[in-house]
Design a binder for this molecule. Structure first.
Ligand SMILES: [Fe+2]
Ligand SMILES: [Fe+2]
Length: 307
């Protein structure tokens, strides 16, 4: 199946060089961030209030909802990237692949603990995590290996956009419990830091433009359908699934005040430029700001996360 798909895209490349060409931007021309493994453990336990985002129920649920995708998602990303490691010749990228896998492994571990807290709180975390696992198992069974890497690139683009969204505007986590604020900002920083690793491996695997563009369209539709379904399911537990004020509150938070979500769609669209590279969205200033905060409040943050 993989060989057939590969041959097909190569043949189509001869017919339509723009759509099916592989991306040939040299690795050295792209800006880079220094990747680092930070093995943090967060005190996601019964000391975290149920509605930890300043008592805002639907907003807390939105973050909790995203957390449910991570354990299975991060495993999928690691496997997809590792499966193409043998095609990487660039020493720096090989090193970054190792750090990427370590970072995603730690993210997965911390979101398992986070989701266990949600389960304790009575949310259907186990059920929804299993649902994500089933979907990804189906993707593993049915899609060729390189397309699974392409799915990973799409989802890594989403996580990088969300990361930028969280890091750019501190108001987004105003009022949040310190443990949860630290956790989300740490995950956002590392997603931003390794934003290009899966994509560069896809380039090393000579993945064509059309494959990543089509994959992005399908992945976007499936991912956001699941996010909306999960949001309603989680809000049902709180008895707010039919509450117009809760939905309005979430809408205002995401799109108006502090807002910012709408601006992400333009950056999502950038992915469809044939010459796109994740570091076209250069977020190193945000990373530096987070690192300075992390270095300055390191002990405090450790206390908060290790409590
Ligand atoms: Fe992650
Ligand atoms: Fe990631």
């Amino acid at each position: 199946m993989t060989i057939t798909w590969h041959k097909l895209t190569c043949r189509l490349g001869v017919l339509h060089p723009t759509l099916f060409r592989v991306m040939e931007m040299p690795m050295e021309t792209t800006p880079q961030a220094e990747l680092e493994v930070r093995n943090l453990r967060f005190a996601t336990d019964d000391r975290v209030p149920r509605h930890w985002h300043g008592g805002r129920r639907s907003v807390t649920t939105f973050f909790d909802n995203l957390s449910l995708f991570f354990p299975a998602g991060e495993r999928f990303f690691i496997d997809a990237v590792k499966a193409h490691k043998h095609l990487v010749t660039d020493e720096r990228l090989l090193k970054d692949v190792a750090i990427f896998c370590a970072q995603e492994g730690i993210h997965g571990r911390e979101h398992i603990r986070y989701n266990a807290m949600l389960d304790e709180q009575g949310y259907p975390a186990v059920e929804l995590d299993r649902k994500v696992q089933r979907i990804l198992a189906f993707v593993r069974r049915t899609l060729p290996r390189r397309t699974r890497l392409s799915v990973t690139c799409s989802l890594e683009h989403f996580t990088a956009l969300m990361a930028e969204y969280i890091l750019r505007d501190p108001r987004l986590l105003d009022g949040a419990h310190p443990v949860m604020r630290s956790l989300w900002r740490w995950h956002a920083a590392e997603e931003s830091e390794h934003r290009a690793v899966a994509y560069d491996v896809y380039r090393a695997a000579r993945g064509p433009y059309a494959e990543r563009a089509v994959t992005m369209l399908v992945t976007t539709a499936i991912f956001w359908t699941l996010v909306v379904q999960h949001q309603a399911r989680m809000m049902k537990v709180d008895g707010t699934a039919w509450s117009p004020s809760e939905w309005r509150g979430l809408f205002v938070y995401l799109f108006i005040e502090p807002g910012g979500m709408l601006g992400l769609w333009r950056r999502w669209l950038d992915y469809f430029k044939p010459s796109f590279h994740p570091w076209d969205h250069d977020s190193r200033d945000l990373l530096e700001r987070w690192k300075a905060e992390y270095a300055e409040t390191g002990a405090g943050a450790e206390k908060a996360v290790r409590a």
